[in-house]
Design a protein around this ligand. Structure first.
Ligand SMILES: *Cc1c(COP(=O)(O)O)cnc(C)c1O
Length: 385
C-alpha cells in the first residue's frame, strides 16, 4: 500500500483481505482461546509466539495475540513507516513495555527531556519499574548517556508547552542508544519520527488515533527486531489491547488525516486570535510568531496552550462549547488546567521549571465551527477574574 498517499492508506490499511473474505466491515474476533486438534503443532507455535515473533497465523490464546488488534497494529505501522506495531491496553502500558525491555536488556538507565506527559514523568521519576533516570535538556542528552543507558525518551511537541525537539540532531548525538519519541500530539499525519531516526514511536491511542474519546489504548511502532521483546513482555505481563478497542482504533485511523487537518486549521486560527486577546499573556503553538529552530511537523497540530492574566479555574467553569476535561485528541474541544490535572502528579517545583506555570491552560481543539469555539473562549476568558 505504500505507493498510495497517507490519506488513502489511513482508510485501507489493515483491511486488505476483506474483499476476499466477502465482508465490508472489519470482523471482531472475541475468542479468548483458539481450538486445535494437533497439540504438537500448537506447542511449536507457542514457542514461536512466546518468543515474540508474529507469524501471521491465528493465536493460541488471546493474551498472545488477536486478529482484530493485529489489523490495527499493521495499519498504524504502515502510517508511521514502521515494520511493526505492538498494541497495548494504554499509552502507559506501551511506555512500560519499552522501559522493561531496556531493563531486561541490562541497560536500565534512561535519559529523558522534560516536559513529558505527567504520568510518563511520574513513571520515570519514581523508578518503580527498575529503571534509573537522568533528566536533561535536548542539547545535553549525549552527555547524560552512559554505557548502561538503554533508552532516551522525548516528546515532540512536548506536553503541554508544545516545544519541539530537533529529533535527527538528538538521534545523531546518542549514536546507538535507541530514542523513543512520543508522537501522540503530532500523529503520523504531521510527523513520522522513525523517518527522522527514532527507534520507537509511542502513541497514547486514547487520543487522536481513537479520536472520539471512547477507547483507551497504546501502541509502539518500531522495527520487527525491537517489536519481539515488546510482544514477549506483553504476553508475560498481560497489558493487551481488547479486540473491541482494536476495532475502534482501526476505525479511528480511517478519519485521522481529515480530523487532524480540520482541527489543526481551527487551532492555528484560534492561536492567532488568542495571541491578540487582552486576557492572554502568552500563546504556545508550534509555528506561531517564535522562530522554530527544529520543526519536523507539516502543520502546527491541534493543541494550543495559553497563559492568562485571570483565574484559570474561572475559565474552566465558564466554557460551554469546550468540555472541561483532561485528555485530548477528540472530535470535540477540551480545556484543562495542567497544574491541576494532566501534570498535577509532578513535583510543583519541577513543573514550574519545565515551563508549566499555574496560569497555563491547555486546549485540545476539535472539529467544531471555528466561530463557535472562538466566541466560547472569548466569553470565558473575559469573565475570568
Ligand atoms: C495521554 C498520554 C499518554 C498516556 O496514555 P494513556 O493512554 O492515557 O495511558 C502518554 N503520552 C501523551 C503525550 C499523552 O497525551
Amino acid at each position: 500500500m505504500t505507493r498510495h498517499s497517507l490519506t488513502t492508506r489511513a482508510v485501507h490499511s489493515g483491511r486488505h483481505d476483506l474483499v476476499d473474505l466477502g465482508v465490508h466491515a472489519v470482523p471482531i474476533d472475541l475468542s479468548t482461546t483458539y481450538p486445535c486438534r494437533d497439540s504438537r503443532a500448537e506447542a511449536a507455535r507457542l514457542d514461536v509466539l512466546g518468543a515474540g515473533a508474529d507469524d501471521g497465523g491465528l493465536p493460541v490464546y488471546a493474551r498472545v495475540g488477536n486478529p482484530t488488534v493485529a489489523r490495527f497494529e499493521h495499519a498504524l505501522a504502515d502510517l508511521e513507516g514502521a515494520e511493526a506495531g505492538v498494541a497495548f491496553a494504554s499509552g502507559m502500558a506501551a511506555l512500560s513495555a519499552c522501559l522493561l525491555a531496556a531493563v531486561a536488556a541490562g541497560r536500565p538507565h534512561v535519559v529523558a527531556v522534560r516536559p513529558l506527559y505527567g504520568t510518563s514523568d511520574h513513571l520515570l521519576d519514581s523508578s518503580v519499574l527498575g529503571t534509573s533516570i537522568t533528566w536533561t535538556t535536548a542539547d545535553d542528552v549525549a552527555e547524560a548517556v552512559t554505557d548502561r543507558t538503554g533508552l532516551v525518551v522525548v516528546e515532540s511537541p512536548g506536553n503541554p508547552t508544545l516545544n519541539e525537539i530537533d529529533i535527527p540532531a538528538l538521534v545523531a548525538s546518542v549514536a546507538d542508544v535507541p530514542v523513543l519519541v512520543d508522537n501522540t500530539f503530532a500523529t503520523p499525519v504531521l510527523q513520522r519520527p522513525l523517518e527522522l531516526g527514532a527507534a520507537y514511536v509511542l502513541h497514547s491511542a486514547t487520543k487522536y488515533l481513537g479520536g472520539h474519546g471512547d477507547v483507551m489504548g497504546g501502541v509502539i511502532a518500531c522495527a520487527e527486531e525491537r517489536a519481539r521483546p515488546l510482544r514477549q513482555l506483553r504476553f508475560a505481563t498481560g497489558a493487551i489491547l481488547h479486540p473491541l478497542a482494536g476495532y475502534l482504533l482501526l476505525r479511528g485511523l480511517s478519519t485521522l488525516p481529515m480530523r487532524i487537518r480540520a482541527a489543526s486549521q481551527n487551532a492555528a486560527e484560534l492561536a492567532d486570535r488568542l495571541s491578540r486577546h487582552p486576557a492572554v499573556t502568552r500563546v504556545h503553538y508550534p509555528g506561531l510568531s517564535e522562530p522554530r529552530p527544529a520543526h519536523h511537523m507539516n502543520g502546527g497540530g491541534a493543541i494550543v496552550s495559553i497563559e492568562i492574566t485571570g483565574e484559570p479555574a474561572d475559565v474552566i467553569a465558564a466554557v460551554r462549547v469546550f468540555t472541561p476535561a483532561v485528555s485530548l485528541g477528540s472530535v470535540d474541544s477540551l480545556i484543562q488546567h495542567p497544574g491541576s490535572l494532566s501534570h498535577h502528579i509532578m513535583d510543583p517545583g519541577e513543573r514550574e521549571k519545565a515551563g508549566i506555570s499555574e496560569q497555563l491552560l491547555r486546549l485540545s481543539v476539535g472539529i467544531e465551527d471555528l466561530e463557535d469555539l472562538w466566541t466560547d473562549l472569548d466569553e470565558a476568558l473575559s469573565s475570568a477574574k
